[in-house]
Design a protein around this ligand. Structure first.
Ligand code: PMT
Length: 413
């Protein structure tokens, strides 16, 4: 599976001779389908010009912390939020020390401090500098903070010496960055996700539906596949490509979606109901196109099955996560749904007024019995990963208490 496709890689380039290799790195990352933006330190611009990275990334290169143009478009906070991964390559001994110290007096240091995504560095320096106790301690500190250290390699160095301290080759860094997305935390799990709208037919040419694009559900399916799960995605009518490694079942109506979900549920350990399922459908859809008639018309609706509630009510229900799409009193309404549908977790979002539906970003407030957490506005891709981290933590704590049956338990039942 190409895990880099569509990923946002923020490349930090610091002032070392290996900066020339980072130009090739940008090219290779983009060839894998990643979107790349580049932040350079002042020292880095002495080795390679920003224009080189601009041409290769197809994006403006960011160099200044206080840049009026950049602040109004993509300042350090926006850059940090945009990134799925911050990769600093090459990372000099000085920049590593600045990361440890928590400095924020240049753009790249400030981006690092503001970044809550994955961070990786590719150290590049003279072998004696790499072996210095100060650098060793700094690397240990960053490792303890969750920063991934990629390399360095051993071999002939620009200074003429030979030993550890060479930056990894671009191809090795591309593989290592792709690996950062393969967390494996859901390995062995069967995840069933619903996404998109449903369409409830009035007649052969008209239907009732809603504004769901499917993006949130597809992002969750993709993130679950990245996390090592076997993923089935039951999707209403949307215009999105199937995420890599995901089995997709297309449906149209709420009744179709209900049937498809129930068909898969016995093998499911985690059910995430992201679809905007129509609560009602026309009572008697017409077999022929309804003709225009004089005067007012009324439409009789009947309730659709509630897929989420039906899954949660099963005797061996999987860990069940719902969404709540609300226009007001978001958290209160979500809490009511959490309790009424007897589910394990609910992710609430505001919809309408250009929020939630059919956008690239979203913000969630996640609730579970005895806890809650807000997930700040971010791309749906990022939010999906954060939500899965929360689900995974809660899923494991409930499984430990024996309140959900892990998949192997179902298989042997
Ligand atoms: O698709 P996007 O454009 O990316 O937009 C994302 C989203 C706004 C659709 C998504 O984030 C979201 O909020 N999905 C849930 C939409 C919804 O129908 O919410 P609800 O509050 O009406 O339903 C509560 C829960 O019950 C949901 O998990 C829903 O999937 C489920 N449900 C509802 C009705 C029904 N008949 N069956 C259900 O399973």
């Amino acid at each position: 599976m190409n895990t880099l496709s569509g990923k946002h890689i923020l490349l930090g380039v610091t002032g070392g001779i290996a900066a020339y290799k980072s130009a090739e790195l940008v090219r290779q990352l983009r060839r894998q389908g990643a979107e790349v933006r580049v932040v350079m330190t002042a020292a880095a611009t002495g080795f390679v010009t920003p224009l080189t990275f601009q041409a290769l990334s197809g994006q403006p290169v960011h160099t200044e912390l206080l840049d009026a143009d950049a602040e109004s478009a993509m300042g350090h906070i926006e850059l940090a939020r945009w990134a799925d991964v911050l990769l600093v390559a090459p990372a000099t001994a000085d920049f590593i020390a600045r990361m440890v110290a928590g400095r924020a007096d240049d753009l790249l240091s400030a981006v690092y401090l503001a970044c809550d995504s994955r961070v990786a560095i590719a150290p590049a320096m003279n072998r004696v500098m790499w072996d210095n106790a100060a650098t060793r301690d700094n690397i240990a500190t960053l490792t303890g903070r969750g920063v991934q250290i990629l390399g360095p390699d051993e071999g002939l160095q620009a200074c003429g010496e030979s030993g550890p301290g060479r930056m990894l080759e671009p191809g090795q860094l591309v593989d290592a960055v792709a690996e950062l997305f393969n967390t494996g935390v859901l390995a062995g799990q069967h995840v069933l996700v619903t996404a998109g709208p449903t369409r409830e037919a009035l007649d052969p040419v008209r239907y009732i539906s809603n504004r769901s694009s499917g993006r949130m559900g597809f992002a969750i399916a993709a993130a679950a596949a990245e996390a090592g799960a076997q993923v089935t995605l039951v999707s209403g009518p949307v215009n999105l490509p199937t995420p890599a490694g995901v089995q997709r079942l297309d449906v149209v109506s709420a009744a179709d979606m209900h049937a498809a979900v129930m068909n898969q549920i016995a093998a499911t350990s985690l059910f995430i109901s992201v679809a905007a399922v129509a609560d009602y459908r026309p009572a008697t859809p017409s077999a022929q196109k309804i003709k225009k008639q004089a005067g007012e018309q009324s439409l009789q609706l009947v309730a659709n099955p509630d897929i989420l509630a039906d899954v949660a009510a099963l005797p061996n229900a999987p860990f069940t996560v719902g969404f709540a799409a609300e226009t007001e009193q978001v958290i209160d309404h979500a809490r009511e749904k959490l309790q009424a549908k007897h589910i394990n977790m609910i992710a609430a979002n505001v919809v309408g007024d250009q929020q939630g539906f059919d956008r690239e970003d979203n913000a969630l407030h996640v609730l579970w019995p005895g806890g809650e957490q807000a997930l700040a506005r971010a791309s749906k891709t990022r939010l999906a990963r954060q939500l899965l981290d929360l689900i995974n933590r809660q899923f494991n704590s409930i499984a430990r208490e024996g309140k959900v049956i892990p998949l192997h338990g179902k298989d042997s039942a």
